[in-house]
Write a protein that binds this ligand. Structure first.
Ligand code: FES
Length: 467
């Protein structure tokens, strides 16, 4: 949503400001054995288990990138690899997701698409000069020479990042491996873990593909569960015999391709840290979860406005407190639990329900400073240094759709959700199941139960069938 930015001209801030300060992000635990990396000449100490985004934020570097067109400052939003707000140049590779890149000793991290530097971007002027929006296709079209010049300028500035540094000669090429399993479960959150464990206990050979480093999904962001619960459920899965491939991304399903000559059609491509897998399974279970969404209000892209689950992840998994005066927007159990957890950690946390008291616009240029809200027809400004939006997440349906699953629009389930029966079986694609939040947002406990039911149904399906 493009908001009316003209209101920003009333701000008492200069149009270009030195960035990045995160006034009040705070580590709750000291780092015992830090990993150190370079961020544009500054040495950053991080916990070895952190991502680059978390480490930078905890050390006061809030601005990670600039929007491609208006060069508006961006921090992270989702911390789960889905929004693209955190792209940085890391070790000479452009457009790396900082929230998905683990810190490494000696790493080189830089911001991109800013001139002359990441901390002072002169192209931020675009956002001020074109506060009501800019259409480069029609800009200066009144004059042919000026329009030709404008085209050159626009072409020069289009795109994101610079080409990678040349690969070193010794860098190994990724390998390709063919895999065949009984069941592949994509997604290692509560539903995927429960499904995989149930299947493994019934004797099936199960591969669990999960894009993050740690299994647990939304459990790792939830103050009611957290990393201990996630670890114990993951250990149960391992004990049951589940093979898990973490930091591995299921890229796409190709119905027309085969893993080898004579194999049945259908191939799932999985990118793993060691190379590409061409994978075939007798049953496919998609437990792909949901995407965090923002709420609609003015300046909702300002740095300091985060998905609530990102704020939860910072607190629960990384012991980083997002700010001193955070506002949580939302009325569900997660918004309430997060507000309580932030308060217990020492923040003066405030919560608005988002409906009766609704957000109108955020204030602040390089970091959020306040939120204007409307309640009973009365508007007021609440000071804040971080906003956590707990909007209903949207089901992640791309992969199951590639595999023939249809979706249906159910607003109460988060939007377009996979159409499956009560055990997660797709009526549209043989051998394909969807469980947990991808079939409509449920929350961790109900997603876990749904995963278990799907695991039992898949196991029953496979009984007596020739491998
Ligand atoms: S993709 Fe990194 S914060 Fe969303």
């Amino acid at each position: 949503v493009r908001v009316d930015n003209s209101r920003r001209l009333d701000f008492d801030e200069p149009p270009f400001t030195q960035i990045s300060t995160v006034p009040s992000a705070r580590r709750l635990n000291p780092i015992e054995k830090p990993t150190t990396f370079d961020f544009e000449g500054r040495s950053i100490s991080a916990h070895p288990d952190e991502s680059v985004a978390v480490a930078l934020f905890a050390e006061g570097e809030g601005i990670l990138s600039r929007s491609v067109k208006y060069h508006r400052p961006r921090s992270f939003f989702c911390l789960s690899g889905n929004c693209g707000a955190c792209l940085l140049r890391i070790d000479g590779q452009p457009n790396q997701k900082a929230c998905r890149t683990q810190v490494r000793e000696g790493q080189r991290v830089e911001r991109q698409n800013a001139f002359p530097s990441g901390s002072f971007d002169i192209f931020g002027a675009t956002d001020v000069l074109f506060s009501r929006g800019m259409d480069p296709h029609t800009l200066l079209t009144g004059s042919r020479p000026l329009n030709a010049l404008m085209k050159q300028v626009v072409r020069q500035f289009a795109g994101f990042g610079r080409l990678p540094d040349p690969r070193s000669e010794s860098a190994p090429l990724p390998t390709t491996e063919v895999r065949r399993v009984d069941v592949v479960v994509i997604g290692g959150g509560p539903a995927g873990l429960a499904c995989a464990t149930t299947l493994a206990r019934s004797g099936q050979k199960v591969l669990l593909v999960h894009q993050e480093r740690h299994l647990g999904g939304s459990l790792l962001t939830d103050p009611d569960f957290g990393p201990e619960t996630a670890r114990s459920i993951a250990e149960d899965a391992q004990r049951a015999g589940v093979e898990s491939a973490t930091q591995s991304v299921a890229l796409a399903y190709y119905p027309e391709d085969r893993i080898s000559d004579g194999a049945p059609p259908g191939l799932l491509a999985v990118a793993t840290p060691s190379g590409l897998w061409k994978l075939s399974a007798r049953r496919y279970v998609y437990a792909t979860g949901t995407y965090d969404r923002n709420a609609v209000f003015g300046n909702n892209d300002r740095p300091g406005i985060f998905a609530a689950r990102a704020v939860g992840r910072l607190l629960v998994s990384h012991h980083v407190l997002v700010g001193q005066r955070p506002i949580v927007i939302g009325d569900g159990p997660y918004a309430r639990a997060l507000t309580d957890a932030l308060s217990s950690a020492g923040a003066a946390a405030n919560r608005i329900d988002g409906a009766r008291c609704r957000p109108i616009t955020a204030y602040g240029r390089d970091w959020v400073r306040g939120l204007e809200v409307e309640e009973d027809g009365v508007r007021k400004r609440l000071p804040t240094d971080a906003i956590a939006v707990a909007a209903l997440p949207a089901p992640a349906t791309e992969l199951p759709r590639e595999h023939g699953v249809t979706v249906e629009f159910r607003p109460e389930a988060g939007g377009f959700a996979c159409r499956v029966d009560d055990v997660g079986r797709s009526p549209d694609s043989k051998g394909v199941f969807v469980c947990g939040d991808a079939a409509g947002f449920l929350g961790p406990l109900r997603a876990q139960e749904a995963g278990r039911r799907t695991g039992e149904a898949v196991a029953k399906d496979l009984q007596g069938e020739q491998p």
